[in-house]
Ligand binder design. Structure first.
Ligand code: AHR
Length: 534
């Protein structure tokens, strides 16, 4: 920590047209410009992702109807209850890389007659020592009908990823028909009825492949543009506007893959700009992380925050590149995989990419959701990877045990932003020097307004120093407020099966009023102020 000196940041202040402040009692400023909306925060920016990988589906979601684990028609009840609490808006399935090896027909019809197939992830070295089971040989017990039921129970919209690498556009049309054709209209509608739903599922969101530059087919962007056109031409829509999401870049700060974005857009537009009407969203993936999820140094802590913050510039970069072709801005950006991907923690032999999230991951989650809010006008959907027993996970399960991680609590705090109007917010606090010319902001966050309720969320990434900030509401006055704070005495704190409540938020009355007040942001914390405006 010694080499971390504070840098004075004046840029944000200058941007707000304010004079830089000399050092005083407070060392930060948070200004919310109530009359400067950025865009509406689609609830879908707080979406989820579930793949047939490791223990996500079998164990995490699906426990079976005859299980002693409390379940609703085979689906883990504790998971459903927590998803309802979150107001989970949308869930992506069945992958990820798994999606481009998945034949949806294997997962429909009577469960006892469904085929068992080798899972895409069977080759992963981590699964080599695992005993045979659904993680290696997928029994297809959890298929389209079971996923739809899961979404219905959670109150979330389904987002299905189609197989572009190893199935055809005709198979894709048939999946749309199975899901959306009117009751009793077709053979596939009858099959759907046999699987429990006479009525159509009315699936709106359809991903056209996944990581098509990699596991989804190793395409070049110009080749994928052809596939996108083939898969999205003349798809039966049953009176519903289908929202197709194109497979975008696997962004990384060293290689943002803007060439993929440009290549795809150029080849799509080369045919006709009308094709942008067919591209509802363009998906980007970005993971940060590395190392052990629970054993980390203070340098590792700050480095992870810095890496997570790269999302901000990636969104801007890809949005700018998209705009070079889509000048009418018909297409939105979708970040359908994101999170802190650490080394796998051994939770058991069948788990893959699983780790136990700590307070550090809650801050990564919060600062990322803040970035999404600040870019609300560009983003249509974001899906954290992955829901349970995996990367940046909200929940851990083992047999009948279930625990909500600090990541869940960050989502729970941020749900108050869903559907709000994102407002411009300026944060100025001494930046944290990371050495080698790198620095991390001292405070960052987002603000949204719904009716007379102003929601402000702020992350203080400093491990040991509180940040006192002058809070200024431009264009409004606080009448009363509630504060919720997520932090813990130890930055390594996590929730586990035998210590479920080490990292939980605390809510109390904030005792503030007026348009200016001071607030002390605790070290290593996420703070939410829910302010009733006068
Ligand atoms: O989330 C795990 C994997 O990461 C997904 O299957 C893939 O899309 C990405 O590379």
């Amino acid at each position: 920590m010694k080499r971390r000196e504070f840098l004075s940041t004046t840029l944000a202040v200058a941007a707000a047209g304010l004079a830089p402040r000399s050092a005083g009692a407070s060392n930060g400023l948070v200004e919310i410009l109530i009359d400067e909306p950025v865009g509406t925060i689609a609830p879908e920016l707080q979406g989820h992702f579930t793949e047939h990988i490791g223990e996500v589906v079998y164990n995490g979601i699906w426990v079976g109807e005859n299980s002693k684990i409390p379940n609703v028609g085979g689906i883990r009840k504790a998971l459903v209850d927590h998803m309802r609490q979150l107001h989970a808006p949308v869930i992506r399935w069945p992958g990820g890389c798994f999606a481009d090896s998945y034949n949806w027909r294997d997962g429909v019809g009577p469960r006892s007659q469904r085929p068992v197939h080798t899972n895409f992830w069977d080759n992963d070295p981590q699964l080599c020592n695992a005993p045979d089971g659904p993680q290696k040989y997928d029994p297809n017990t959890f298929g389209t009908a079971e996923f739809m039921r899961f979404c219905q129970l959670c109150g979330a919209q389904p987002y299905l990823a189609a197989n572009v690498r190893s199935l055809t556009p005709n198979d894709f049309d048939a999946w749309v028909e199975y899901c959306n054709s009117p009751a009793a209209s077709t053979t596939l509608a009858q099959m759907r009825a046999g699987d429990g739903s006479r009525d159509p599922y009315n699936v709106t969101y359809w991903g056209i492949g996944n990581e098509s530059w990699g596991c989804g087919g190793n395409f070049r962007p110009e080749e994928y543009a052809v596939e996108f056109r083939r898969f999205t031409s003349w798809v039966p829509d049953y009176g519903r506007k289908l929202r197709f999401i194109g497979s975008g870049p696997g962004a990384d700060e060293r290689d943002p893959q803007v060439s993929w974005t440009r290549g795809f857009m150029e080849n799509l537009v080369g045919k006709s700009t009308h094709l942008f009407d067919r591209l509802y969203g363009f998906s980007m993936h970005y993971y940060c992380g590395g190392g052990d999820s629970l054993k980390f140094s203070s340098d590792d802590w700050y480095e992870l925050m810095r890496q997570a913050d790269v999302m901000d510039s990636l969104v801007s970069q890809h949005w700018t590149a998209m705009g070079e072709y889509d000048q009418e801005r018909k297409v939105k950006l979708v970040v359908d995989e994101w999170g802190a991907w650490h080394q796998t923690t051994s939770l058991g032999p069948g788990y893959l990419f699983s780790s136990v999230p700590s307070l550090r991951d809650a801050l990564v989650t919060a600062l990322t959701l803040d970035i999404f809010n600040r870019h609300a006008e560009k983003l249509a959907m974001c899906n954290v990877a992955q829901l349970v027993n995996n990367i940046n996970t909200l929940f851990l399960t083992r047999e009948d045990r279930f625990v909500a991680t600090p990541v869940f609590h960050a989502f729970d705090m941020y749900k108050s932003h869903q559907g709000g109007r994102s407002l411009r917010m300026v944060c100025d606090a001494p930046a944290i020097s990371l050495g080698a010319g790198k620095a991390l902001w001292g405070l960052a966050g987002s603000a949204s307004l719904q009716g007379k309720t102003l929601v402000v969320t702020v992350v203080n990434p400093h491990i040991s120093e509180p940040r006192e900030a002058d809070m200024s509401l431009r264009g409004g006055e606080a009448k009363s407020a509630q504060v919720t704070i997520l932090t813990a005495p130890d930055i390594h704190a996590s929730n586990g099966f035998d210590h479920a409540d080490e990292v939980v938020p605390k809510t109390e009355s904030a005792g503030i009023s007026g348009s200016r007040f001071n607030w002390i942001f605790k070290p290593a914390s996420v703070t939410k102020l829910e302010i009733d405006l006068a």
